[in-house]
Design a protein around this ligand. Structure first.
Ligand SMILES: [Zn+2]
Length: 208
């Protein structure tokens, strides 16, 4: 059976939460809210990991409820783990979110590999929007799939005016994506439409 990517738009600013589904398992990326709904919608799968691309409330607000319902381990980069545990009251867009993130079950760092069914995702550290931003780069049956969080958007990039944000740092991270992600890769960002690396190389002013 082929892998699938399911999109759920969750929380007050409709953050993109993705379920990567492979061989009866799934990895949930950025459950920003509505964790109980997500657990229900994914009840046909074994949730093997809850992965947050960074610690903002609109990306972690549903972790507590999803973890409580599924028992799946919650993973985030160490540099964002603490902020995530207070994120429900530090809104990115002037809104409050469902829940603070719990203590993580594991900390992500460069080169870590998350397995889901026949797919593998490597952690690429891409700081700048926050210090602990990561992208997830697929291989195996997920070859050509990249979850880019709030680092790379279709036609844009994440903002850097929030605490811990840094413009020079995100530009370095974007340059790295440009070097290391092949043009044919499909890119699934934390907000807005999905895209491809080829399209971004052609139109995104931050990848020039
Ligand atoms: Zn963010």
């Amino acid at each position: 059976m082929d892998d699938a990517i399911e999109l759920f738009m969750v929380g007050p600013i409709q953050t993109n939460c993705y379920a990567y589904e492979s061989a009866g398992e799934c990895m949930v990326v950025d459950p920003g809210g509505e964790g109980a709904m997500l657990a229900d919608a994914l009840s046909g799968f074994k949730v093997v990991a809850i992965v947050c691309t960074h610690g903002h409330g609109d990306h972690v607000g549903g972790v507590a409820a999803l973890k409580a319902a599924t028992g799946a381990p919650y993973l985030i980069h160490a540099a964002d783990s603490e902020a995530a545990q207070h994120s429900s009251q530090v809104p990115e867009w002037g809104i409050c979110y469902d829940d603070d993130a719990p203590e993580p079950d594991g900390l992500l760092s460069e080169g870590d590999v998350i397995s889901v069914g026949t797919a593998r995702f490597s952690v690429m550290e891409t700081p700048g929007h926050t210090p602990g931003c990561v992208c997830l780069v697929g291989s195996g049956s997920a070859e050509g799939v990249v979850f880019s969080g709030d680092t790379l958007f279709a036609g844009s990039r994440g903002r850097t005016d929030l605490p811990g944000g840094d413009t020079a740092t995100i530009m370095d991270s974007l340059a790295r994506l440009k070097r290391e992600v092949p043009p044919e890769a499909a890119v699934y960002p934390g907000h807005g439409l999905s895209t491809t690396m080829a399209r971004e190389l052609a139109v995104n002013p931050y990848l020039r």
